[in-house]
Write a new protein. Structure first.
Length: 609
């Protein structure tokens, strides 16, 4: 009889087990990794044949001795081979080991239908050998569906040689192309960088390792290594805002792989007039006239065009005779960062006034540069510009006694009242049949005429100044209107007004204070802190909250407006928020202490606006 009862109970319990099954487990990609090698962990909840009445939040453990480089939600619903309904929910985390030792993954927790489930703790061993090359690391750091790749046109450039680099975002889900909210650039140590303003919103489709990806260029840069030797470009960090279920979303930070450059030293046989200019350049010079009189002005233009590190380009000197007077040169410099590098030109105009007649050669000082394509030094040389200077005929006529110089009285700028009086008197004295009274009448007439001419000149100058002033006011009003319409985030045209603050962040600070005092949800505290800091900076700079601006750009603008101290404090707090959100690598100060610092910083941004 007992055998039948036991058999019945087994059949009954097996039926219940087949009807409803809930499992929650940690599935590591591997149990042993190398230093800097990514490893994927899945915290997966599986529910079979059970109605979900309520489900709590999945609580992840902290991750020590690692760097969190990715996070995404897993959510599937369907049927197995036996027709049972299956619901899967979980979170996939990508970790990168930062040092040799063990990574202990403690239990994760979740509550389903008022029952608590936990994963089993596990340990991942980290060996001392780094794993994979740079390209392998870039592909291994992808988060199943998204990754960043920083590609440089030349990894073995010369010092001061410009190389073009693209930062590209890859995803297998096309909707994530528009989920980017923030991009943090590396510190660029040892490199002078100029971003290319051309930014395309189009995307491409590429096949990588047999899988199809959507890709989009999110940053293009022209880089000039300022020192020779091994140079490491640290990773970029891109923040994505990804939907989490139906009504929630979370931020996901992904990083590019570091890139190493082997920068070649410039050859030692540099010319004396070489000052670090590297690239390809041309030069031309011209004069607006080649035949002139003594004491007549001539303008010499020298133009240098090219591609390279144009910031080191200087105007060449003119080598001229001591008999030529030279005025201060005027230079105009134009440059643009393009997909082919930095292109531009330097135009220098110089006014020369020969003092004596003769034939002169205007020589232009040579300019040396290094051509990285031909791998040798070159010089920009211009053929001498000949000018022929004749005697000043106007001055000779003045010296001849009794010769009347004809003046065009229709040109008020050339009319000389004193000379006119002198010439009239001379002419009258030669005619002895004229009386002294006529001479006095002519003198009086000439004086009145001189006064009229001078008054006419003054009136013309006053009218011209008034016209120029009105024109300048109109241009300033148009420029101001144009700035208000464009609202582009550049240091040249960013409007800097003292408009009223629209948000004092009292609600955000109150929430941060509440989270700091509870001290149970560090992640939520730092997510809110980073969001509040970025919104406070954008509000201070009169930017819309939804505008896409990198933290490095915000940092630069804050430095220009408020100084390096506040800008550095803001940057460090944003970086701390990003690091402390998932990782426990650094020594963590209390949340209440962090809240106090954040409150003081936000108050500074509001007061100094």
């Amino acid at each position: 009889m007992k055998k039948y009862v036991i058999l019945f109970l087994l059949i009954f319990l097996s039926g219940i087990w087949a009807k409803a099954q809930v499992s929650f487990q940690l599935i590591p990609q591997k149990n042993e990794v190398g230093v800097n090698e990514p490893v994927r962990l899945q915290f997966l909840l599986s529910i079979k044949n059970e109605e979900i009445k309520n489900m709590g939040r999945l609580k992840l453990p902290s991750f020590s001795n690692t760097q969190v480089i990715g996070r995404q939600v897993i959510q599937n619903q369907g049927f197995d081979d036996e027709g049972n309904s299956v619901f899967e929910y979980g979170i996939e985390i990508i970790l990168r080991a930062v040092k040799k030792g063990n990574i202990r993954i403690d239990a994760a927790q979740i509550t389903v239908n008022n029952r608590k489930y936990e994963t089993k703790p596990t340990v991942i061993t980290v060996s001392g050998n780094p794993s994979g090359s740079e390209d392998d690391t870039a592909f291994n750091s992808k988060l199943g569906e998204v990754f960043l790749k920083f590609k440089i046109s030349e990894k073995n450039p010369y010092q001061n040689e410009g190389v073009v680099a693209n930062l590209k975002f890859y995803t297998r889900r096309i909707e994530l192309l528009n989920s980017m909210t923030n991009l943090v650039s590396p510190d660029w140590q040892g490199v002078f960088v100029q971003p290319v303003k051309e930014r395309s919103n189009t995307y491409e489709q590429e096949i990588i390792n047999g899988e199809s990806y959507f890709s989009r260029v999110i940053g293009t840069y022209v880089m000039f290594p300022t020192q020779s030797g091994t140079l490491v470009i640290n990773p970029f960090t891109l923040t994505l805002t990804i939907p989490d279920g139906f009504f929630d979303e979370h931020d996901l930070n992904i990083k590019s792989a570091p890139v190493t450059l082997q920068v070649k030293r410039l050859p030692d046989n540099a010319p004396k007039d070489f000052h670090g200019l590297v690239g390809q350049f041309t030069i031309r010079a011209s004069a607006n006239k080649k035949d002139l009189q003594a004491e007549e002005a001539v303008t010499v233009n020298v133009e240098i065009n090219g591609k390279g590190n144009l910031t080191l380009l200087k105007s060449p000197r003119l080598l001229i005779s001591d008999d030529i007077e030279q005025y201060t040169p005027k230079s105009k410099f134009d440059s643009e960062a393009t997909l082919q590098g930095i292109k531009g030109k330097l135009n220098t105009s110089t006014i020369l006034v020969p003092q004596k007649e003769g034939t002169y050669n205007i020589n232009v000082e040579s300019v040396s540069y290094f051509d990285p394509i031909d791998e040798k030094y070159k010089s920009l040389i211009v053929q001498p510009i000949p000018i022929k200077v004749s005697a000043n005929t106007l001055a000779k006529n003045d010296d001849k006694t009794g010769t009347v110089i004809k003046k065009d009285t229709s040109d008020v700028n050339q009319y000389d009242p004193k000379s006119a009086i002198k010439n009239k008197v001379t002419e009258v004295l030669k005619r002895d049949h004229r009386s002294l009274g006529k001479i006095l009448i002519i003198i009086l007439f000439s004086g009145v005429l001189s006064i009229i001419v001078i008054l006419g000149i003054c009136i013309l100058i006053i009218k011209r100044n008034k016209k120029n002033k009105l024109k300048k006011q109109e241009e300033e009003e148009q420029s101001f209107d144009s700035l208000n319409k464009e609202k582009k985030f550049t240091s040249r045209n960013l409007p800097y007004t003292s408009s009223n603050i629209t948000n004092d962040f009292k609600n955000e600070l109150s929430q941060l204070n509440h989270l700091a005092q509870e001290g149970t949800d560090k992640k939520e505290f730092y997510i809110l802190l980073e969001k509040t800091l970025i919104e406070a900076a954008k509000q201070y700079l009169n930017l819309e909250n939804y505008s896409f601006v990198s933290t490095s750009d915000l940092e630069d603008e804050l430095a220009q407006r408020l100084g390096d101290e506040i800008s550095e404090e803001w940057k460090n707090m944003v970086i701390q928020s990003q690091i402390e959100r998932y990782s426990s690598l650094t020594e963590q100060e209390s949340l209440e202490s962090v809240y106090t610092k954040a409150k003081d910083l936000i108050k500074k941004l509001n007061i100094k606006k």
